[in-house]
Design a protein. Structure first.
Lengths: 253, 305
């Protein structure tokens, strides 16, 4: 009976502890001297070093979307330009942000959780606290801030490379000419689409880094706990990306 | 040289911002570097127009719809066009395209070319809207009624045809039976006379070949004869041309008074003298007829002896 109650209460416990951690992080925002240098390092690791894998995923997403749209939609009564009208909004509003989010959940989220988890189980975080250093301000704030700031940059890169991949696929397969692709994209272009994707990028960047920091910061159980936290960070980041994606679509569209 | 992390991040952020700005302008069909002017219009019914739809003048994309807002009178639309596009006063705006066939777009119908230019931010009045789908919906009952009548008539015709085909005493069935019997009889005759027909066809083919050969030979002879005649005609025509030329020269000389005949034609005095000579000769002849001895006497006395 106690186990059932504990399982029911655990989500609320986790949410409460997560909220308190964020509140403490927000309280540390003013101490910029503590985390400025670390934030720059994290921005390079989270942002710039992720560009190659994000570009690869975005290029293939765009190319596959182009070919599949041609396969599914184009017929004698549907003009080929509809491919551009489908692919570009799909990339800007959904794929560029979500695919980038999934990739960073594995690459960035797992690394953050592993770093912080190792520091926790080796009592490095306790040592920081014992020296009177604000561990949340020093470890969590720079990572979350770096994620929020750099994720939109990765989103823009993903959009650019995704559209380039689409055009390349269209050119190589001959399903649609470049001119018709651009014409369709322009005719059905929605001004809000890129801004919607940008908002998603901010939200996903925050979710991935904050959830991973939370998982790593509260790691328990030695090396095995670090592995568990790493896995849970990646999985929970993906789950919350999907939930946030749906919620943002409901609220903003 | 090692590039500081701050510089790398700064470059990445600036590049991302630039790509985002230029990309959105590119897909909005706005000039990438030059500015765009914003104008406004209002429709009673926006027909599904949304921000991002194309703005077109004479079928050329010149910008995009920036915003569509619900207002009391209908929908207020803001749209941007390139600054080098001139929208003259008297221009009107209308919603074009059918949403289920192609994208909706905002069409600008330009006013007179010599009219003053609209300033940025001006209001462009909407043209009178034609609700194409509404018109179809309005006429739908009439169309359906006609279609229903057509279907009834078709059904009646099909029933009549079915009766004609199924009734063994019907004229159509009897006619078809007769046609079938005739076709069978013809088939039998063809089978029986197949060899004779083949022989007749062979004879006809041979006859046709002979006629063709004959026609070709006779034709060749006739053509040769015609060629000879044409050559002679050509020679005669050349001779006639030479004669005509000589006659023309002669007439020219006569007209210009050259030669005896020419002088006679052109000089009156010669004519007068000749006339007088002829008159005198006539008188002499008249005298000679009346009294020939008068002249013979002189001849005899003086000349012969």
């Amino acid at each position: 009976m106690n186990g059932v109650v504990l399982n029911l209460v655990r989500p609320f416990f986790s949410l409460g502890r997560f909220s308190l951690l964020l509140a403490k992080a927000c309280g540390s925002l003013g101490d910029i001297g503590i985390y400025r240098k670390n934030m720059v390092v994290q921005m390079v690791r989270i942002g710039l070093e992720s560009i190659p894998i994000v570009a690869l995923a975005a290029a293939f997403s765009g190319a596959v979307t182009t070919v599949q749209t041609a396969y599914q939609l184009v017929s004698p009564i549907i003009p080929p330009k509809v491919i551009g009208a489908v692919v570009v909004p799909s990339l800007t509003m959904e794929l560029a942000a979500v695919v980038t989010g999934f990739i960073l959940s594995g690459r960035v989220g797992a690394r953050i959780a592993a770093e912080l988890g190792t520091m926790r189980v080796t009592e490095q975080i306790d040592a920081l606290e014992a020296m009177g250093l604000n561990s949340v301000g020093y470890l969590i704030v720079p990572r979350v801030a770096a994620g929020i700031l750099m994720f939109p940059v990765l989103y823009v890169a993903a959009c650019l490379i995704g559209v380039a991949g689409s055009l390349l696929a269209a050119m190589l397969t001959g399903v649609v000419s470049i001119g018709e692709f651009i014409l369709g994209a322009r005719e059905h272009y929605d001004n809000f689409g890129p801004y919607f994707g940008l908002i998603k990028a901010f939200v996903f960047g925050f979710l991935i880094t904050s959830i991973s920091c939370y998982m790593g910061y509260y790691t328990e159980g030695g090396a095995e706990g670090v592995g568990r936290s790493t896995t849970r960070a990646a999985v929970m980041s993906c789950v919350f990306i999907l939930v946030a994606d749906f919620a943002l679509a409901i609220v903003l569209l | 040289m090692k590039i500081p992390n701050e510089v790398k991040i700064g470059i990445a952020v600036v590049l991302a911002g630039t790509v985002f700005y230029l990309g959105t302008r590119y897909f909005r069909d706005l000039p990438i570097l030059s500015r765009a002017h914003t104008y406004y219009t209002e429709f009673v019914n926006a027909n599904g127009l949304v921000a991002g739809n194309v703005v077109s003048i004479n079928g050329v994309n010149v910008g995009s719809v920036s915003d569509v807002q619900l207002v009391r009178a209908g929908a207020r639309v803001a749209f941007s066009v390139s600054e080098d596009v001139v929208i003259t006063q008297g221009s009107t705006a209308k919603v074009g395209g059918l949403s289920f066939i192609s994208s909706i777009q905002l069409d600008i119908v330009l006013g007179p070319a010599d009219a003053p230019q609209h300033a940025p931010g001006d209001f462009i009045p909407a043209a009178e809207q034609v609700d194409f789908l509404g018109e179809i919906a309005e006429r739908a009952p009439d169309i359906l009624s006609r279609a229903d009548t057509l279907l009834k008539n078709t059904r009646q015709a099909l029933n009549t045809a079915e009766t004609l085909v199924s009734d063994p005493t019907s004229d159509l069935l009897q006619t078809m039976s007769s046609v079938k019997a005739s076709a069978d009889a013809l088939h039998t005759i063809l089978l029986a006379e197949q060899r004779s027909i083949v022989a007749v066809l062979s004879d006809i083919q041979a006859l046709a070949g002979a006629i063709m050969t004959l026609a070709q030979d006779s034709l060749a002879v006739t053509v040769d004869g015609v060629n000879v005649i044409l050559e002679r005609m050509e020679q005669n025509l050349a001779s006639l041309e030479t004669t005509t030329t000589a006659l023309s020269d002669l007439l020219t000389k006569i007209n210009s008074g050259q030669g005896t005949l020419g002088r006679l034609v052109t000089e009156d005095s010669l004519y007068t003298e000749l006339h007088q000579t002829v008159s005198a000769l006539r008188r002499i002849l008249e005298d000679f007829e009346e009294d020939p001895r008068q002249y013979l006497r002189h001849l005899k006395l003086v000349e012969i002896f």
